[in-house]
Design a protein around this ligand. Structure first.
Ligand code: AMP
Ligand code: TRP
Length: 335
C-alpha cells in the first residue's frame, strides 16, 4: 500500500453557531491547501453527539457546515467533503485505537476537563474517548497533515502517540504516518469578543461573544462595536499588545481577514483609537464574510445538492479507508 505524501484531513463539528474562529482558525486554511494537497474535509457528526444534540438540529447543522466549506471555497469535486457517520471505518478504527491509546493519555486532555466541567461522572463515555475517534478520523486515511486551530494541538499529539504505539505494538513500522498539525495564520486562537481571555466558542451563552457565519452586516458591525477593549490607542508594536487581550484579539482578527501580519496592521493603525479601528474592522469583516454568508444561505436552500455532495464524498472516502481498515484487521489478527 503506497503512502501519500500530501494528504490533508480535517473536521468541524456540526454543533451550530459556526463562528469566525472556525473560519479563521480552520476553514479558511482548508481552502488554501487545495492546490498543494489531496484534501479530505469532514463534518464530524459522531464527535458532535458526545454532548446531547437535538436530532433535527444535528441534520440541519451538518448541512450548514458542508455549506460553509463549499461557500468558503472548498471544491467538492476536486477534493472530498462528507459527514463522518456515513463512513463506518471511522468507528471501526476508533474501537481498535481505544485498545491502543492509554487512559493516562486521555486523563491529560484539557478539552475534556473543560467540557465535562465539575460533574465529570456525568459526562458521556464518548466525550472522554473523543480524542481517540479523532485519531481514527485522521489515521484511517493515513493523512499526513491536519489543519486545525490552536485548541486542537493536544489532540493531535495524542493522534501521533496512538499512531506510533499501533505501529510498534503490531510490528507495522511506518504504516500509520505521524500526522503533522498545521496551525496557520495570525488567528489560530480567536478570542471571545466579550472577554479577550476566553476562546470564541459555539457554546458561549452570549451571542455577542462571537461573530457567526450567519450574521448580517448589521450584526457584525454591532458585535464589533460592542467588543470589549480598553481606553488606550493602538500601540506601535506587537509587544505593545501584551496584557491587552481584547485589543490583541481585534488586531489578530483584522490581520487574518486582511491577509496581513499583526505588525503590518499596527504599522497602519498605530496611535488610532478604537473609535477609528472598530469601524475599519467592521467594514473589512463585512467585506470578507458577507459573500460567504450569502453563498451559504443559497446552498442551505438546496438540500438535495448538499446531500448529494455528502453522499458522493462518503463513497470516495470509503474507497480510501476500506483498504486501510482491511490491512489494520490483518495486523490485529482479526479473521
Ligand atoms: P469545532 O468548532 O470544535 O468543531 O472546531 C472546528 C475547528 O475550528 C478546529 O480546527 C478548531 O481548532 C477551530 N476553532 C474552534 N474555535 C476556534 C477559535 N476560537 N479560534 C481559532 N480556531 C478555532
Ligand atoms: N476535534 C475537532 C474540533 O473540535 C474536530 C475534529 C474531529 C477533527 N476529528 C478531526 C479535526 C480530525 C481534525 C482532524 O475542533
Amino acid at each position: 500500500m503506497d503512502q501519500p505524501q500530501n494528504r490533508v484531513f480535517s473536521g468541524v463539528q456540526p454543533t451550530g453557531n459556526l463562528h469566525l474562529g472556525n473560519y479563521l482558525g480552520a476553514i479558511r486554511n482548508f481552502v488554501g491547501l487545495q492546490d498543494t494537497h489531496e484534501c479530505i474535509y469532514c463534518v464530524v457528526d459522531m464527535h458532535a453527539i458526545t454532548v446531547w444534540q437535538d436530532p433535527k438540529e444535528l441534520a440541519a447543522n451538518t448541512r450548514e457546515v458542508a455549506a460553509a466549506y463549499i461557500a468558503a471555497g472548498i471544491d467538492p469535486e476536486r477534493h472530498i467533503v462528507f459527514n463522518q457517520s456515513k463512513v463506518a471505518a471511522h468507528a471501526e478504527l476508533a474501537w481498535i485505537l481505544n485498545c491502543v491509546a492509554r487512559i493516562g493519555w486521555l486523563n491529560r486532555m484539557t478539552q475534556f476537563k473543560d467540557k465535562a466541567g465539575k460533574d465529570r461522572e456525568k459526562a458521556s463515555v464518548g466525550l472522554y474517548a473523543y480524542p481517540v475517534l479523532m485519531a481514527a478520523d485522521i489515521l484511517v486515511y493515513r493523512a499526513t497533515h491536519v489543519p486545525v486551530g490552536e485548541d486542537q494541538k493536544q489532540h493531535l499529539e495524542l493522534a501521533r502517540d496512538t499512531a506510533q504505539k499501533f505501529n510498534n505494538d503490531f510490528g507495522a513500522e511506518g504504516f500509520f504516518p505521524l500526522p503533522e498539525p498545521l496551525i496557520m495564520g495570525p488567528a489560530t486562537r480567536v478570542m471571545s469578543l466579550r472577554d479577550g481571555t476566553k476562546k470564541m466558542s459555539k457554546s458561549d451563552p452570549s451571542d455577542l461573544s462571537r461573530i457567526t457565519m450567519r450574521d448580517s452586516a448589521d450584526d457584525i458591525s454591532k458585535k464589533i462595536r460592542k467588543a470589549q477593549t480598553d481606553p488606550d490607542p493602538l500601540p506601535e508594536t506587537v509587544e505593545g499588545l501584551e496584557g491587552r487581550a481584547g485589543a490583541d484579539n481585534l488586531v489578530g482578527i483584522y490581520a487574518a481577514l486582511a491577509g496581513k501580519s499583526k505588525a503590518e496592521v499596527l504599522a497602519e493603525f498605530a496611535g488610532a483609537q478604537f473609535s477609528v479601528f472598530k469601524p475599519a474592522l467592521a467594514d473589512l469583516a463585512v467585506e470578507k464574510l458577507s459573500p460567504i454568508t450569502n453563498e451559504m444561505k443559497r446552498l442551505m436552500d438546496d438540500k438535495a445538492y448538499l446531500d448529494a455532495v455528502l453522499e458522493r464524498g462518503a463513497a470516495r472516502a470509503r474507497a480510501i479507508a476500506d483498504p486501510v481498515i482491511a490491512r489494520v484487521r490483518e495486523f490485529v489478527g482479526f479473521i
